[in-house]
Design a protein around this ligand. Structure first.
Ligand SMILES: Cc1cc2nc3c(=O)[nH]c(=O)nc-3n(C[C@H](O)[C@H](O)[C@H](O)COP(=O)(O)OP(=O)(O)OC[C@H]3O[C@@H](n4cnc5c(N)ncnc54)[C@H](O)[C@@H]3O)c2cc1C
Length: 331
């Protein structure tokens, strides 16, 4: 069975950049992604949302950033497997890890876990009728934005996900109502400022969604001001949940790693976990002061790949400050 130097588990933005960096530094690399598409949260959760805080890009959409990362990685020819979930990792004799997916088994000397928030499990809207309108009136994953053209949209939630989706939908919709069950929104102040300046967006607090109603298509939501008994009906075409996603790491929790809730505890100086030769980066990696951003994950990859390179060959230290393509040719 083929032996890889490093196996990266999770093909989100951080795992994809890890594949590029590992190959660039001559490491024989396997990347395994459980979904059929690469790109993680960028591609699956917010493909059309613009991103402003990744170096070198202004307002790149999630999908375009994912496609750029895929193209960059493919230049360096890592082995990429999609549609396989890693269910178990275990160390065999001679410091080799077996990586067992729901399809087959791989062998690797080191592991880099970039599993993010795991499977994408949306927090469901606690409203009567919401389940029966899922994907044709009630949305947990963002459909193409032109779907909202000239429609009246209700976005539910008070954090960054709800605020981001409100701003992404507003240029298309005739009207967006952002509703939150508390008095104050938790999301970024700058997003709130932009929302307040948007002529077709209104905010409603503290309101909660009671029912979603329609005949052949969704046309009404029934809401209630928190603390009052009287219900109101609003004419709405689409409901978008901005309640976020439940972390669902599933089998990762049984691999013997030191966990802190749904994150893996790492040493930020090395991105090493408690298991020898096993590293973690991106949203899943936790240490004091951690900020869950794409830019942070990219930085962590520089540290992790340097350490993995030394782990694989103790005569090598750090990473060269300038990259070239000679090292790739050696593998
Ligand atoms: C609505 C929204 C807007 C955001 N906006 C921004 C923004 O503007 N700027 C910013 O910097 N960040 C933003 N973020 C956060 C950003 O998307 C994350 O920080 C980033 O996606 C983390 O990347 P990752 O590769 O660590 O994890 P993920 O993107 O979660 O990718 C992890 C991948 O691992 C796979 N996986 C999980 N378990 C397994 C397994 N057992 N086997 C195989 N594969 C597995 C998953 O399927 C997934 O594809 C936003 C997030 C959301 C939800």
């Amino acid at each position: 069975m083929e032996l890889f130097d490093v196996t990266i588990i999770g093909g989100g933005p951080v795992g994809l950049f890890a594949a590029t960096m590992a190959r660039l530094h001559g490491i024989k690399t396997l990347l395994i992604e459980s979904l059929n598409n690469l790109g993680g949260q960028l591609y699956t959760l917010y493909p059309e949302k613009p991103i402003y805080d990744v170096a070198g890009f202004y307002g790149v959409t999630g999908k375009d950033l994912a496609l750029s990362l895929i193209e960059q990685a493919e230049h360096f020819s890592p082995t990429i497997v999609t549609g396989e979930s890693v269910v178990r990792v275990s160390q065999t004799d001679g410091a080799i890890y077996e990586v067992v997916t729901d399809v087959q088994t791989y062998r690797t000397r080191a592991l880099l876990l970039t599993v993010g928030i795991g499977a994408f499990v949306p927090r469901k809207l606690p409203a009567e009728g919401a389940a029966s309108w899922e994907n044709h009136g009630v949305y947990y994953l963002m459909p193409p934005l032109d779907h909202f053209k000239d429609r009246k949209v209700l976005v539910v939630g008070g954090g960054d996900t709800a605020l981001d989706w409100t701003l992404a939908i507003a240029p298309w919709a005739s009207q967006v109502t952002l509703m939150h069950r508390r008095d104050h929104f938790r999301g970024q102040e700058e997003s709130l400022r932009l929302i307040r300046e948007s002529p077709n967006v209104e905010t409603k607090t503290p309101f909660e969604l009671i029912r979603v109603v329609g005949d052949r298509r969704l046309d009404t939501v029934v809401v209630k001001k928190v603390g009052s008994d009287s219900e109101e009906s609003w004419s709405i075409d689409d409901v978008v949940s901005g309640l976020g996603f439940l972390p669902s790491l599933g089998p990762v929790k049984r691999w013997g790693l030191t966990m802190d809730g749904n994150t893996i505890t790492v040493d930020p100086a090395s991105m090493a976990t408690n298991l020898p030769g096993v590293y973690a980066a991106g949203d899943v990696a936790q240490y004091p002061g951690k900020v869950k951003l794409i830019a942070t994950g990219f930085g962590e990859i520089g540290i992790a790949i340097a350490q993995i390179r030394t782990y694989l060959d103790p005569s090598k230290h750090g990473l060269p400050h300038s990259t070239n393509l000679k090292s790739v040719a050696k593998v």
